[in-house]
Design a protein around this ligand. Sequence first.
Ligand SMILES: [Zn+2]
Length: 298
Amino acid sequence: MTEPPQESGSRRSFLKRAGALAATAAAGRAPAAQTAGKAETPARPKVIDCHAHLHHRGRASWEADDRALIDAADRLGIDVLCCSMLTPRRPATADGFRECNRWVLDGAKRFPGRVLGYAYVNPGCGAEAVDEVRRCVLDHGFIGVKLYNEHFCTDPIVFPIVEAAIELGVPILQHAGHIHYFLEDQPRISDGARIAELAARYPEARLICAHVCGGGDWEWTIKALRHAPSVFLDTSGSVPDDGVVEMAAKTLGVDRLLFGCDMSMTNGVGRIRGADLTDDEKARIFGGNMAKLLGGRV
Ligand SMILES: [Zn+2]
């Protein structure tokens, strides 16, 4: 989801601050590629992008584009990317999402240790969607479920997927955004309030509200999640506004924030590096919280 151009003062001050702090932050951290395979390298917390995508093979350049994603992660010090793949046309058919998940599995094999998979399903496919979630997690080690906008997350048709995710102990990354007008191409987009409502119904579910910086009213989203303590917030998105991470940390607590890029990579990293938080808090957002959420799968 994209956003109209942002107010330039905000963008400039963000970039200035992020740039200055990035230099400090980067000094203590080497890109993953340089440390890979060196057993003597002191352990540092892994940097985990909780929201990434591999490229659909309907796109001629998919292989080079996937490689470019990993190269960018190397340069930015991102160790692990939690990836899903969406069908180019939606609502997805069962054949369509199964094909995407097969390709994500192949991506995890092509980039071992770097790519982890979310199983993308359309809950409208009923038992086929639930079976796919089980197959991906149990047989192929996928770490979560990705839900898009085929249905509101509060639609009962989604509940069997949530129940399967609870049983399997994996998080659900729910596409979301709160926009103050009707989105014609996304009539059933979920928002923070719907995710909070789902969390009230299933407090044991591990729900991630996707890309708070993906466009729309991020302040509204943060406030909507205030009383849903089991919901995590993914910091990804292309909107470079000042103050999102600070407000989210203050309102929700640092331990509910998960670093993500959703393919806006320098923006995603800079937003955390440049935030007015301690190094320890940043490390938790960058990967500590997600590692905990994944319970040793990373
Ligand atoms: Zn999304």
